[in-house]
Design a protein around this ligand. Structure first.
Ligand code: ADP
Ligand code: MG
Ligand code: ZN
Length: 611
């Protein structure tokens, strides 16, 4: 039932009660008998009447026996007159106690006014309720500026780091935020600058929202969520107003966490996309920037924002003092997957022999959300089979169900793909490990990150300002290591290496044209590169050399690449056994940390070569 009809019914009911009350009020007398005027005259003659009270034209007579009768007299005729005309003698009439009442104020007026007033009241009430209804709608229109900010994370809902499996690095980075929120004074007293905005970057389902809530839960502070996509409404200016409101609410509740989900919905590069752009989005984005800049030392709000597209964010959003910290949430590797499964197995009755490790091993590429979903599917399936506990078979069966699910198509990693990725990353890592001047391998993983199937991270031993040609050559060879490893192992190459090749080519080009590292062309730079600051990222290169030089540059670039390619091929062919061992280990463990990798290579006693 709509609230309008409800109100209307209420009004009608109210009027009904009022009228009932009034009617009972007016007929309060205990129903005296009605008699004619001549009857009453006869009674007076007979001396049966004790008293008569007159109210307007109504006569109420009380008889000797105490009973009451009523009747009416003619208008405009006095009471004595009336009875005289009816033949009552003046003497007898004198014995009757006649009192003339003024019509009692209240009931008189009510009797007069109510009949006219009632419909008016009714109409007025109708209007009142209709207006209230309309005002409700109008209020909604005005409350567009309010943020629909949601507060959660208290009591049972509270989530802590314990509920978040894996994501070790991300948690480590966020510990500081937790510390600050727990004890802001400690940090403020020492004069530390606290981060205001932290960007959580990760694919859908990797636990960004969960982690943000866990930070608030750990610190035990209020957690406010707004979704950036909700900001963008029909009316220009609404998003900005909502942003203002959201920040205000969070500040009032500080220390607190304000979580902006899907910030890419408003945070795209401004001016991107021709033809006007989206005013509303830009205004909202500007407002977020204004709010962040408006934080003072006393502000105890930390803004966490989530996105899976950090590449499209407006650079202004990432400047110092704004979202200047990036916390990357990777897809979970096999250990993390097992841990996530364990978390979601909590509170479910599991079969004794349920092998979560096996499930983890069979679900590469699954996100945390996929795994949570898998666990739930297994429970549903077990229930459907009238089991009291979640069985191992159901767990394994659910893997396929999740893989075939609508969102995951195309993200599935086949066994073959996993093998190719393992050899590819193994190639990078081994070349890096076998070349002099190369930075040590920090981590090798075949868990996909961004567009890449896997990644090999190497970090310089110490912070370096200058890089030498030899180091660059080592980099080049390492970049090609993936491509070469695939080619040697499978006699085929995949698209997975395309990014490597692009980077290698561009590096080789820089060596020749920027750093003067080519023997043939000598110490000269070629091309004027202008960084167009106002466009953010765009670069243009002005060609200031002849076609002849251009050809030489191309030759030199390909000669650099050629040398690196040969070096990588040489290493990987001679150490094919090591490559096999790395790949095998990667398939098994998916991620190798620096120490594990070093331990794996140790027995092979690799001699370093120079490119
Ligand atoms: P995102 O915000 O990155 O899209 P969510 O935080 O909404 O992902 O994660 C969705 C669900 O997946 C969570 O509610 C949780 O049940 C599960 N999940 C994701 N990552 C993890 C994790 N690391 N540990 C435990 N559960 C996780
Ligand atoms: Mg989310
Ligand atoms: Zn690669």
């Amino acid at each position: 039932m709509s609230s309008f009809t409800k109100n209307l019914l209420l009004a009608i009911f109210g009027l009904f009660t009022v009228s009932v009350v009034f009617s009972s009020f007016f007929s309060a007398e205990n129903n005296p008998a009605k008699v004619t005027l001549s009857d009453l005259s006869a009674k007076i003659e007979a001396g049966q009447v004790k008293s008569i009270s007159v109210q307007e034209n109504d006569l109420t007579a009380i008889l000797q026996d105490g009973s009451k009768v009523i009747t009416k007299k003619e208008t405009d005729l006095g009471i004595t007159e009336t009875f005289k005309n009816l033949g009552v003698s003046a003497n007898t009439l004198q014995k009757v106690n006649i009192s003339i009442d003024e019509a009692s104020g209240f009931s008189y007026w009510m009797g007069l006014i109510l009949p006219t007033l009632l419909p008016l009241i009714f109409i007025a009430l109708m209007f009142y309720f209709m207006f209230r209804q309309a005002k409700g709608g109008m209020n909604q229109a005005f409350s567009f500026g309010r943020s629909n900010i949601k507060l959660s994370n208290f009591g049972k809902e509270r989530v802590t780091f314990e509920d978040v499996a894996g994501l070790k690095e991300a948690k480590e980075e966020l510990i500081e935020v937790v510390d600050f929120l727990k004890n802001p004074k400690k940090f403020l007293d020492i004069g530390a600058r606290i981060p205001r905005g932290i960007l959580l970057v990760g694919r859908p389902g990797t636990g960004k929202t969960l982690l943000a809530r866990a930070v608030a839960g750990e610190a035990n502070v209020p957690f406010f969520t707004i979704s950036a996509s909700e900001f963008v409404e029909m009316f220009v200016g609404v998003g900005a107003a909502r942003t203002r409101d959201a920040f205000m609410v969070a500040k009032k509740a500080g220390p607190s966490i304000l979580f902006i989900d899907e910030i890419d919905a408003v945070g795209r590069q401004r001016g991107a996309g021709m033809g006007g752009g989206n005013d509303e989005r830009e205004q909202t984005l500007n407002q977020i920037l204004v709010e962040l800049d408006g934080f003072d030392r006393e502000t105890q709000v930390i803004v966490l924002a989530a996105t899976n597209r950090p590449d499209i964010l407006d650079p202004a959003l990432l400047r110092p003092g704004r979202f200047d910290r990036n916390v990357v949430l990777d897809l979970p590797d096999i250990n993390d997957r097992e841990a996530i499964l364990k978390i979601h197995a909590r509170g479910k009755q599991m079969e004794k022999g349920a092998d979560l490790r096996k499930v983890a091993a069979r679900t590469p590429g699954f996100s945390g959300a996929d795994l949570a979903n898998l666990m739930n599917e297994a429970a549903l399936l077990s229930a459907r089979r009238n089991k009291k506990i979640v069985g191992n078979d159901e767990l394994l069966e659910s893997i396929e169900k999740v893989i075939l699910g609508p969102e995951r198509k195309g993200r599935v990693i086949s066994v073959k793909e996993k093998e190719v990725t393992a050899y590819h990353e193994g190639g990078h890592a081994l070349v890096a490990a076998a070349i002099k001047n190369s930075d040590p391998v920090h981590k090798v993983s075949i868990v996909s990150r961004g567009m890449a199937g896997g990644y090999t991270m190497k970090l310089p031993i110490e912070e370096q300002r200058l890089r030498t040609k030899k180091q660059f050559m080592a980099d080049l060879a390492m970049m090609l290591g993936g491509f070469v490893a695939e080619k040697l192992t499978f006699k085929d190459v995949s698209t997975g290496a395309s990014n490597d090749l692009k980077e290698a080519t561009s590096l080789a080009h820089d060596l020749v044209t920027k750093y003067g590292m080519s023997e043939k062309l000598g110490p000269m730079t070629f091309g004027n590169t202008n960084e167009m600051i106002f466009l953010g990222r765009e670069m243009t290169t002005e060609k200031n050399y002849s076609e002849d030089v251009a050809r030489k540059i191309d030759e030199e670039v390909s000669s650099f690449i050629g040398r690196a390619y040969e070096a990588a091929t040489e290493i990987l062919t001679s150490k094919k056994k090591v490559l096999d061992a790395i790949a095998k280990k990667l398939i098994e463990k998916e991620t190798l940390e620096q120490e594990e990798f070093a331990a794996l290579l140790k027995p092979f006693k690799i001699k370093l070569v120079e490119v």
